[in-house]
Design a protein around this ligand. Structure first.
Ligand SMILES: NC(=O)c1ccc[n+]([C@@H]2O[C@H](COP(=O)([O-])OP(=O)(O)OC[C@H]3O[C@@H](n4cnc5c(N)ncnc54)[C@H](O)[C@@H]3O)[C@@H](O)[C@H]2O)c1
Length: 386
């Protein structure tokens, strides 16, 4: 199998020394478990980040005794190297991990070449673009999915099981708080934080999760937002956004409330604060998705809440390996692509259970309605699918 990864930033190879990201670790684990991933090409936009990604991969390779072969591009500063690669080489699939506003443009080029493509969230920022990608994938008869890894989190699978088994009764409402440190928009995503917003970049995860758990349809939204801190740092985007979403299923409705921000103090004990609850007519579910029971602090290091469930390195007796719902999400895509090739599954089968482009359109439609509510003084907006 030959895989193309477009983007070589934080999600692909991590930030700092001890963080290895999610995409490269997932490729290493897929190769280790299946011994089938023959080759990967990772493409960014400049020689400096290609070099850093390669250095990071060499550390991972050594730690995990991996025999994965990866080439890093470009070796000069150039935005469109991925186009040269897809014109020259034949890829079995691709993973797109570029800034939110570029997902559509980059993925379209890959789909035009009939490459099955996994896009990191958000799918696209408009329904129009989402529909174009859906139709393109359909016309080429290829598989497309969105990397909504929360669908693979053990906590969320249990939430789904409780919901489906009727243990909470009729769902009335659900609250989510999801936020990140202010260094994310100020430093990590400085180049593109003003081109997205905290709901479409982060809050969108919990919209997809609600769809995954309940299979309901979002009908209308109302959004409010505040611009106080980031604007003072000359970044014109909301500090925080609060959203009310009405969902409907079989004539019954429930509400979802999502509060998101990316101006949490950098002294926060984790990159993300995240929790969700479900309140039903006969039961209540509470999931603390930040504090998973593992905390570290020392004379040298400030307090850290560790999430061992997402994309964590475990230095075992034989080798270091990465495990977690992030790894599982990417490896499920790779394995699905392989199964499709071997005719062990079908597109219609995957459509029933995976975060396909069609499934991801639900969250994109909510993102578009939220953006329009924010623009129009927090009016209620219908969620529209065309
Ligand atoms: N960081 C996370 O934990 C995380 C988690 C899930 C999803 N995501 C999503 O992944 C995407 C990337 O996030 P990130 O954290 O890696 O951001 P980042 O800013 O660290 O990296 C973005 C990368 O995109 C590359 N890029 C931009 N234009 C390109 C082009 N034309 N060709 C090739 N590469 C190009 C840049 O070179 C850079 O390597 C975003 O959509 C984000 O929402 C991030």
């Amino acid at each position: 199998m030959r895989v193309l990864v477009v983007g070589n930033g934080m999600y692909v190879r991590g930030q700092g020394q001890d963080d290895f990201g999610t995409v490269l670790p997932a490729l290493i684990e897929y190769q280790y478990k299946n011994n089938k991933l023959l080759r990967a090409d990772v493409v960014g936009t400049n020689s400096k980040s290609s070099f850093s990604a390669k250095q990071k991969f060499n550390v991972m390779k050594k730690l995990s005794s991996s025999n994965l072969r990866i080439s890093f591009f470009p070796n000069k500063n150039q935005n469109e190297t991925y186009l040269k690669l897809i014109n020259k080489n034949k890829y079995d699939c691709a993973i797109v991990s570029v800034p939110d506003h570029l997902h559509f443009k980059v993925s379209k080029k890959l789909l035009e070449k009939a490459i099955p493509t996994l896009i990191v969230k958000p799918f696209t920022t408009s329904v129009k673009d989402g529909l174009e990608l859906i139709n393109l994938a359909k016309s080429k008869k290829i598989y497309g999915a969105v990397e909504f890894h929360k669908r693979f989190d053990k906590q969320n699978i249990l939430l789904k099981n409780h919901f489906e088994e009727g243990k909470i009764g009729n769902l009335l409402y659900s609250n989510t708080e999801y936020s990140q440190r202010k260094s994310i928009p100020i430093t990590s995503f400085r180049k593109w934080s003003n081109k997205t917003n905290i709901f479409q970049y982060l809050g969108v995860h919990y919209v997809d999760l609600m769809r995954f758990i309940t299979k309901a349809t979002p009908t209308r939204v109302l959004a409010t937002g505040q611009k106080k801190f980031l604007i003072s740092r000359k970044i014109n985007t909301f500090d925080s956004i609060q959203v009310m979403i009405e969902w409907r299923k079989k004539g019954s409705s429930f509400m979802q409330y999502i509060s998101s921000n990316w101006i949490d103090p950098d002294n926060s004990s984790a990159m993300s604060e995240q929790r969700i609850n479900f309140i039903g007519t006969k039961g209540r579910l509470e999931a603390n998705q930040k504090d998973r029971g593992l905390i570290f602090f020392s004379d040298e290091e400030k307090i850290k809440s560790i999430n061992p469930d997402f994309s964590m390195i475990f230095k075992g007796e034989d080798r270091a390996s990465w495990r977690g719902y992030g790894i599982q999400s990417i490896n499920t895509f790779l394995s699905d692509v392989e199964k499709l090739k071997n005719k062990e599954t079908s597109l219609s089968n995957l459509r029933k259970k995976r975060p396909t482009y069609e499934e991801a359109l639900f969250s994109t439609a909510v993102v578009e309605a939220v953006n329009s509510s924010l623009k129009e003084g927090s009016k209620w907006k219908l969620v529209q699918f065309k």
